[in-house]
Design a protein around this ligand. Structure first.
Ligand code: D41
Length: 681
C-alpha cells in the first residue's frame, strides 16, 4: 500500500477549515460552492483510502456520528448566569443608577449593546485550541453534553484560529436558526410528511437536543458568541468589547450589530434603532442585552442570585400571545371579497391591544383547523395586521364550534361566488351591495383619488344607508339640506364639504383612473396608464391584446381593466360624472406642455391656507417639479405655510430658498403658471 500523503492531507484540512470560516462565520466565501465541494470530495477520498490519516476535527466530520441513548451531564466550572429583564426605559435608568452607585463612577459608565438573539444558550470548552466539549445551559450549573451535536454546527470552530490559542477557554453564545434556513427546514419537513416547527427558537432547541447528531447536522444551526467563562491565556482583554474582538480572532461568529455606548441614553437609542430594524433582520431577536464594558467594573459589581449586576436585557414587546377566538365576522371588501375576521378576547401583543385578527379566507380557517372558542396564538409583528398563527389544540373547549362560512353576503344577501383559481369568495351584489358601495365611495373620495376633504368613513356610511348615495355621481348631487340632516354635521362643515366636492371636479387623469377602483389598478398603475393613453377614451378603446403587452400591466390587470369598461353600469357612471362637469386632464405627465420646474425638487411645510396641500402638489408636479417630503441640500425651494415644523429650520441651515404661500401664488400668477395645469385638452 502507498504511504499516506500526510502533508497533503493536513494542508487540505487546513484549507477547508479556512473556507468554512470564510463561509459560515465571515459570511464572505472566497471560492464558489462547487469548488469547496470538490476539495471536500478529495478530502473524503483520502480519508477513505487511508483511514489512519483521519483527524477528528476534519471538516468532513460535520455530518454527525453514532446516535446516543441519552445525554450525559456536563457541569459548568463557572455558572451560566441568567439575565434580568427590563420592560421599559425606566427600568434601564434604574439599572444605570444601580451600576453608578456601586462603582462610584464620576464619569458615565460605558456599555456594550448586543442584539438579544432568540435561540438557546450553549457553552463550548476548548483545550489547547481544540473543541473538547459543549454543554447546554441546563439549570446554569449543570447542563447536557451535546458535544457531538455542537461539532456539526459550521460556525463552531473545531480548532481555534491564530498562533497562540489560549490553553483553556470556555466560550458562551446563542445557537439559533436564521429565517431562511427555518423556512427551508419547514418546507422540507412538510414535504417529507414530518412535523413542522412553530418558530425558529423551538426548531433550534429541538435540533440541538437530538440524540442522533446526524439529524442535528441536517439543521441550519448557527452559533453566535457573546462571552467567556473560564479563560487561561496570555492575552487578557480588559473590556467586554475587546473580549468579543478576541473571540472573533479565534474564529468565532460575533454579531455585527454589537456597539459600544457611552451612556445609558445611547443604549436606549440602540434599542429604538434595533426595534425598527427587527422585522428586516435575517434572524429573530427578542430585545437587546446591555453589558458594562469594563471587565474590572463587572468584577466589582458581581452577581445577585443568578444574575450579573452588570448586565440587563431590555426586551421588545412580545410578538405572540395566547387568547381566545370569540367569534368570526365577515367583512365585505371594495371588490366584494369576503374576509373572515376573528374577534378575539382583547390581548396585549406587539405593543398594542388586539381585538381582531384577519383570517384571510376559507382556506386559512381550514389550514388552521380553527373552531370558534378555540385558544389561539396571535402574532403581531411590526406594523402588520395581527394574525392567528395557530390553534392550541390541547386547550380546545367542549363548547368549541365549527366555523361555517356563509353562503350569502352578510350585508346584501346576494349569493357568494368563488372563481376556480381563487381562494377568495366574493359577493356577487356589486354596486347593489351597500358594503361595496361604501368602500368604493371611500376609495373614490380618498386623498390620492378625488381628494374630497372632510368626507370621512362615518359620513359615507350615513349617506349610503340613508339612500342619498348609490354611485360616484350621486356625490355631486348632494346639497346643504342633506348634509345638515346628517348626524354630527354642522352647517359650516356642510358648506366646506360642498366646497370640497365641487373642487374635486378639477382633477387629473391619473387620479380619476385610480378613483374608479378598477381591481388591481393602484396609484402607480393609474399613473402609468394616464401617461401612456393621455385620455380616458383612448384607454377605454384599447383592446385587451394590446393592454397585456404594456409593461406593468399583464394579463390579470388587463382583464380587470377591460371587464370594468365593458360593464354598462360603469360606463353610465363615467358619463354621468362627465356631464356633471368633472374634468380629468392629465396633469402629471405633460410631455407637450412647458415644464418650467423640470428637474427641481420642492418641499411643502406648515399648514397651507390658500390651496390644499394635495392640490398644490399636483400643480407643482404639473409644472415638472418633484415634490418631496424631506428637505435636503438638493431641495430647490421650500414653501412655508403657518406653523412650519423642523423642515424650516433645516432649510435655513442648508440655505435652501424659502417662499411663503403668498409668494408662491404671486410666482405662479406672474409666470402665468397657475392655470396651466387646468387647460383643457
Ligand atoms: O443574544 C443573547 N441571547 C444573549 C444572551 C446575549 N447577547 N448575551 C448574554 N449574556 C449573558 C450574560 C451577561 C449573563 C453573560 C446572554 C445571556 N447571558 C443568557 N442567555 C441565556 C441566559 C442568559
Amino acid at each position: 500500500m502507498a504511504t499516506p500523503p500526510v502533508q497533503v492531507y493536513k494542508a487540505l484540512v487546513k484549507e477547508l477549515q479556512f473556507h468554512d470560516h470564510r463561509y459560515h462565520v465571515l459570511d464572505d466565501p472566497l471560492i464558489p460552492d462547487v469548488e469547496y465541494d470538490r476539495k471536500l470530495m478529495q478530502l473524503r477520498l483520502l480519508e477513505d483510502t487511508f483511514p489512519d490519516l483521519m483527524d477528528d476535527n476534519s471538516p468532513s466530520q460535520r455530518v454527525g456520528g453514532k446516535s446516543l441513548l441519552e445525554f450525559s451531564q456536563i457541569s459548568h466550572s463557572l455558572p451560566m448566569l441568567s439575565l434580568e429583564n427590563a420592560f421599559d426605559s425606566q427600568a434601564l435608568l434604574n439599572f444605570d443608577r444601580r451600576v453608578a452607585e456601586r462603582t462610584d463612577e464620576k464619569e458615565n459608565v460605558n456599555y456594550v449593546c448586543e442584539p438579544k438573539l432568540d435561540g438557546v444558550a450553549l457553552s463550548l470548552l476548548y483545550r489547547n485550541g481544540v473543541l473538547e466539549s459543549a454543554g447546554t445551559r441546563g439549570d446554569g450549573t449543570t447542563g447536557e453534553d451535546v458535544t457531538a451535536n455542537a461539532r456539526t454546527i459550521r460556525s463552531v470552530p473545531l480548532r481555534l484560529q491564530g498562533d497562540s490559542p489560549p490553553n483553556l477557554i470556555e466560550v458562551r453564545g446563542e445557537v439559533y436558526i436564521p429565517h431562511k434556513g427555518f423556512d427551508l427546514l419547514n418546507a422540507r419537513n412538510q414535504k417529507d410528511g414530518e412535523k413542522t416547527f412553530v418558530n425558529p427558537r423551538n426548531a433550534a432547541a429541538g435540533s440541538l437536543r437530538q440524540l442522533d447528531s446526524k439529524i442535528t447536522a441536517s439543521r441550519p444551526l448557527v452559533m453566535c458568541v457573546y462571552g467567556v467563562g473560564i479563560i487561561e491565556s496570555v492575552v487578557k482583554p480588559k473590556t467586554h468589547f475587546e473580549t468579543l474582538a478576541y473571540l472573533k480572532g479565534l474564529g468565532f461568529l460575533v454579531n455585527n450589530h454589537v456597539t459600544v455606548a457611552a451612556d445609558i441614553f445611547q443604549c436606549e437609542n440602540f434599542y429604538e434603532e434595533l426595534a425598527k430594524q427587527r422585522e428586516s433582520l435575517p434572524y429573530d431577536i427578542d430585545g437587546i442585552v446591555i453589558k458594562v464594558n469594563s471587565l474590572q467594573m463587572q468584577q466589582r459589581l458581581g452577581t445577585v442570585l443568578r444574575s450579573p449586576r452588570w448586565a440587563i436585557a431590555r426586551k421588545f414587546p412580545a410578538q405572540e400571545e395566547m387568547t381566545r377566538l370569540l367569534a368570526v365576522e365577515y367583512q365585505v371588501g371594495r371588490t366584494g371579497v369576503i374576509t373572515p375576521v376573528g374577534k378575539l378576547e382583547p390581548v396585549f401583543v406587539g405593543g398594542v391591544t388586539v381585538r381582531n385578527a384577519t383570517l384571510h379566507n376559507l382556506d386559512e380557517i381550514t389550514r388552521l383547523n380553527l373552531y370558534e372558542n378555540d385558544t389561539v396564538i396571535v402574532r403581531r409583528a411590526g406594523d402588520v395586521i395581527p394574525k392567528i398563527v395557530r390553534v392550541v389544540r390541547e386547550y380546545r373547549r367542549l363548547n368549541a364550534k365549527v366555523i361555517k362560512f356563509p353562503e350569502h353576503c352578510p350585508v346584501c344577501d346576494s349569493a357568494l361566488e368563488q372563481l376556480p383559481d381563487e381562494a377568495a369568495v366574493r359577493c356577487g351584489g356589486g354596486m347593489n351591495c351597500p358594503a361595496q358601495v361604501k368602500q368604493a365611495i371611500n376609495h373614490f373620495v380618498s386623498r390620492k383619488a378625488m381628494n374630497i376633504e372632510g368626507l370621512g368613513v362615518k359620513l359615507v356610511e350615513q349617506l349610503v344607508d340613508l339612500g342619498h348615495v348609490r354611485s360616484f355621481s350621486d356625490l355631486y348631487l348632494l346639497d346643504l339640506d342633506i348634509f345638515c340632516s346628517l348626524e354630527r354635521v354642522a352647517e359650516k362643515s356642510s358648506r366646506n364639504l360642498l366646497q370640497s366636492i365641487h373642487a374635486s371636479k378639477q382633477t387629473n387623469l391619473t387620479k380619476f383612473i385610480y378613483a374608479l377602483g378598477i381591481r388591481e389598478v393602484g396609484e402607480g398603475c393609474a399613473q402609468m396608464l394616464a401617461s401612456r393613453f393621455q385620455s380616458l377614451d383612448a384607454l377605454i378603446a384599447e383592446p385587451i391584446e394590446k393592454l397585456i403587452e404594456i409593461e406593468g400591466v399583464g394579463p390579470v390587470v388587463a382583464r380587470h381593466i377591460v371587464d370594468f369598461f365593458a360593464e354598462p353600469k360603469n360606463m353610465i357612471i363615467i358619463d354621468e360624472l362627465r356631464s356633471i362637469g368633472l374634468k380629468f386632464h392629465d396633469l402629471t405627465n405633460e410631455r407637450n406642455l412647458d415644464r418650467p420646474l423640470e428637474g427641481q425638487t420642492w418641499v411643502l411645510t406648515g399648514s397651507l391656507g390658500l390651496m390644499s396641500r394635495e392640490r398644490l402638489k399636483v400643480t407643482l408636479q404639473t409644472l415638472g417639479a418633484r415634490v418631496s417630503s424631506t428637505v435636503s441640500a438638493k431641495t430647490t425651494q421650500l414653501i412655508v405655510g403657518s406653523k412650519p415644523g423642523s423642515k424650516l429650520d433645516k432649510a435655513e441651515l442648508l440655505q435652501v430658498p424659502i417662499m411663503t404661500e403668498k409668494e408662491l401664488a404671486d410666482f405662479l400668477i406672474s409666470h402665468d403658471l397657475h392655470s396651466q395645469g387646468t387647460a383643457e385638452r
